[in-house]
Design a protein around this ligand. Structure first.
Ligand SMILES: C[S@@+](CC[C@H](N)C(=O)[O-])C[C@H]1O[C@@H](n2cnc3c(N)ncnc32)[C@H](O)[C@@H]1O
Length: 284
C-alpha cells in the first residue's frame, strides 16, 4: 500500500485505537499513523487498510493486535528524564527516612508507562543515593508497566544505546552499567531484579491489590484526551496510598481534568491523607 489513509479510514483507525488504548490520534498525525500501519501491512502481507482493520477486530487476532499496538505507540524514554522530578523524588525519600516511624516501611513504586525501563531503573539509582546504607535493608518493590509488550521485552533485557544515558552523570554510568559486545550499556542485573515488568493498559484498573508510595505517570497523558486522562488518573489515584505522590510529565497539565489529587508543585501531586486507601473500582 503506497497511499496514506483516507480521512474515513483514518477515522476508523482512530476510533479503534481510542477504544483499546485511550490514545487520541489528532488529524494532523494522519501521515504518521499511515506510515506506522503501512509497516504492519507489509509485515503481514495484508493488501488494504480496510482488510487489516477487519483483521484487528477478530478475536483470533490478539497477537497481531498487540503488534499493531506496539507499532502505534511512541516509546521515547531515557535515564534521568527531567532532573527536577528526580530531585523531588530524592528529597521525598530522604524526608521519609528521617521519620523513624516510616523508615522501615517498604517503598512501593510504579512506573506506569515504563517503555523500555529507563524510568524504573532511574528510580532505583536515586533510591540508592537517597537511602545510602539503608538501601539494602529497605524492602523495595518497583512495578513497570506498559501497553506495548515489545518495549517490555527490551526493559527486561535492560540494555541501552548511549542516547538513553545522555542525561546520566558519567560516574553513575560507570557504577550502574556494563558494556556488552553490541556496544549497549546493560543496567546492573542485581538491581534490575527489584523491578517487575508487566503489560498493563492504563485505561483499566491495575489488577490485584498493589498499593504505591509513588506513581510516575509521565509523558503518556499527552496522547490522551480529557476523558482518557480522567480515567487513567482515577486508576492511579485508587492504587496510591494516602500521602503517596503522583509525578506527571512536564508538559502534562491536570488543570482541565477532574481528579482527587492535591497540587504540590509543578508535575507533582499528592493523594490527600484523608482519602480512602482503596475505594471501590469505578463503574464508569
Ligand atoms: C513516551 S513513553 C514515556 C516513557 C516514560 N514514562 C518517560 O517519561 O520517559 C509513553 C509510553 O506510554 C505507553 N502507553 C501508551 N498508551 C498506553 C496505555 N493506554 N496504557 C499503558 N501504556 C501506554 C507507550 O507504549 C509508551 O511506551
Amino acid at each position: 500500500m503506497e497511499r496514506d489513509l483516507s480521512r474515513e479510514e483514518f477515522q476508523r483507525y482512530h476510533d479503534l485505537i481510542y477504544k483499546i488504548a485511550g490514545i487520541h490520534y489528532p488529524a494532523e498525525k494522519l501521515e504518521l499513523l499511515s506510515n506506522r500501519i503501512k509497516k504492519r501491512l507489509r509485515a503481514t502481507g495484508t493488501p488494504t487498510y480496510d482488510s487489516y482493520l477487519a483483521r484487528l477486530q477478530q478475536p483470533t487476532e490478539a497477537a497481531e493486535t498487540q503488534a499493531f499496538l506496539d507499532s502505534i505507540t511512541t516509546n521515547e524514554t531515557y535515564f534521568f528524564r527531567c532532573q527536577r522530578h528526580w530531585d523531588f523524588f530524592r528529597q521525598a525519600v530522604e524526608q521519609r527516612q528521617a521519620d523513624p516511624a516510616r523508615r522501615k516501611e517498604p517503598l512501593r513504586l510504579w512506573s506506569a508507562a515504563a517503555s523500555t525501563g529507563a524510568e524504573a531503573f532511574t528510580m532505583l539509582i536515586v533510591l540508592q543515593q537517597a537511602l545510602g546504607a539503608a538501601f539494602a535493608s529497605t524492602p523495595i518493590e518497583v512495578l513497570g508497566t506498559d501497553l506495548s509488550t515489545q518495549v517490555l521485552e527490551e526493559a527486561k533485557r535492560g540494555a541501552y544505546r548511549a542516547y538513553a544515558l545522555a542525561q546520566t552523570a558519567p560516574e553513575l554510568v560507570k557504577k550502574y552499567f556494563t558494556k556488552n559486545d553490541k556496544d549497549e550499556f546493560v543496567f546492573d542485573r542485581t538491581l534490575a531484579r527489584l523491578v517487575t515488568f508487566q503489560r498493563h493498559n492504563l485505561m483499566e484498573p491495575l489488577p490485584g491489590n498493589r498499593r504505591f508510595d509513588f506513581v510516575f505517570l509521565r509523558n503518556v497523558m499527552i496522547y490522551f484526551d480529557g476523558p482518557s486522562r480522567e480515567r487513567v488518573l482515577k486508576n492511579a489515584f485508587d492504587v496510591l496510598l494516602p500521602g503517596g505522590h503522583l509525578v506527571v510529565g512536564e508538559s502534562e497539565s491536570l488543570l482541565s481534568v477532574k481528579h482527587g489529587f492535591q497540587y504540590v508543585k509543578p508535575s507533582v501531586f499528592v493523594k490527600p491523607t484523608g482519602a480512602p486507601a482503596a475505594p471501590k473500582p469505578s463503574r464508569t
